[in-house]
Design a protein around this ligand. Structure first.
Ligand SMILES: [Zn+2]
Length: 317
């Protein structure tokens, strides 16, 4: 007999669904591409009902990690890259569709941070900034070993910190956001405007060309990681914390990303004495961090209520 949670990870380009049990085993994974011409919620609802019908044991509830911004007080979300959802009441939608008592919403990067803190690279760290660097850039905070939502659920909205108020216009409406320099698609786009050519103009191709010594690719990745380093050091300095765990597709490019990032972070932090020995770590949970973190949201809430006491004794929780 298992306790199982439906975990929902809403990113910029896809929505991942999965069942997660109390030992963090992931099953029944399903991915839905985000395309604005289709009714995204209907498709999510249909597959969620189908997956929950296959729960083998107790269905505990739904954990959601979503791209921001979110609005915790109303359980609604307005992901920058999903324009059809503006203040979309996803918590009520799941509550009604699945008749679930517990539906817990967090930012996707906060879900990632919680997963890495409980089970991955951030174990044993009291204060932690978790960051996902991918199609977009998100941040989530663990402070004093607790998830920190902020007033509305958007704490450390780091992708949309501006680092250049005369910079590139961002999809969010501001100028010079970290994301406009350092997300995977933006780095590929900036390289294209400087004459870089590729059969598949993605960040993966850009990183490959940088490894082969392409000067434009190296330059753009250097600038992107510098922008990221400024955002990271600003955030760590604001909070006086020293550990950051980074995951997401861009971070999986290896040394071609990590080496300039480490140099720029060191350089940006060198004037701030309390930021000596910053601890930059790579995520350990790989692609399942999003759904595991989403599930931990609901499991933590139930634990806090002491409704399922034996969960407290599970390995790794
Ligand atoms: Zn922005």
């Amino acid at each position: 007999m298992h306790n199982q949670v439906l975990a929902v990870d809403i990113g910029a380009t896809k929505v991942a669904l999965a069942l997660i049990d109390e030992s963090m085993n992931v099953s029944e994974k399903y991915e839905i591409r985000v395309e604005n011409e289709k009714d995204l919620w209907s498709e999510i609802a249909e597959h969620s009902v189908d997956i929950v019908n296959r729960v083998n044991g107790n269905f505990l509830g739904v954990g959601i990690g979503s791209a921001g911004p979110l609005h915790l007080s109303t359980g609604s979300i307005s992901p920058v890259n999903i324009p059809q959802w503006r203040k979309f009441g996803i918590v009520d939608c799941f509550r009604k569709t699945l008749d679930a008592e517990f539906v817990v919403l967090h930012g996707d990067a906060l879900a990632f941070a919680q997963a890495e803190h409980r089970l991955g690279a951030g174990r044993g760290v009291q204060n932690l900034l978790g960051m996902v660097v991918s199609t977009g850039i998100g941040g989530g905070l663990i402070l004093n070993n607790q998830v920190f939502n902020g007033d509305s659920g958007n704490a450390s909205f780091i992708g949309h910190h501006t680092i250049n108020f005369d910079g590139i216009p961002c999809a969010c409406g501001r100028f010079g956001c970290v994301e406009t320099y350092a997300s995977g698609p933006r780095m590929a786009e900036i390289a294209r405007t400087r004459g870089w050519k590729s059969d598949s103009p993605s960040f993966i191709a850009l990183a490959e060309d940088a490894r082969s010594g392409n000067a434009t690719a190296l330059e753009v990745i250097d600038e992107g990681t510098r922008a990221l380093a400024v955002g990271i050091v600003n955030t760590l300095a604001t909070l006086d914390i020293r550990t950051v765990v980074l995951g997401g597709g861009v971070t999986q490019a290896g040394d071609i990303f990590w080496s300039p990032l480490r140099n720029h972070v060191k350089n940006e932090a060198r004037f701030t004495s309390f930021l000596e020995n910053l601890d930059l770590r790579a995520a350990q949970l790989d692609r399942d961090a999003g759904v595991i973190g989403a599930a931990l949201g609901v499991i933590s809430e139930i634990e806090a209520l002491d409704r399922v006491p034996h969960l407290n004794n599970q390995k790794g929780l």
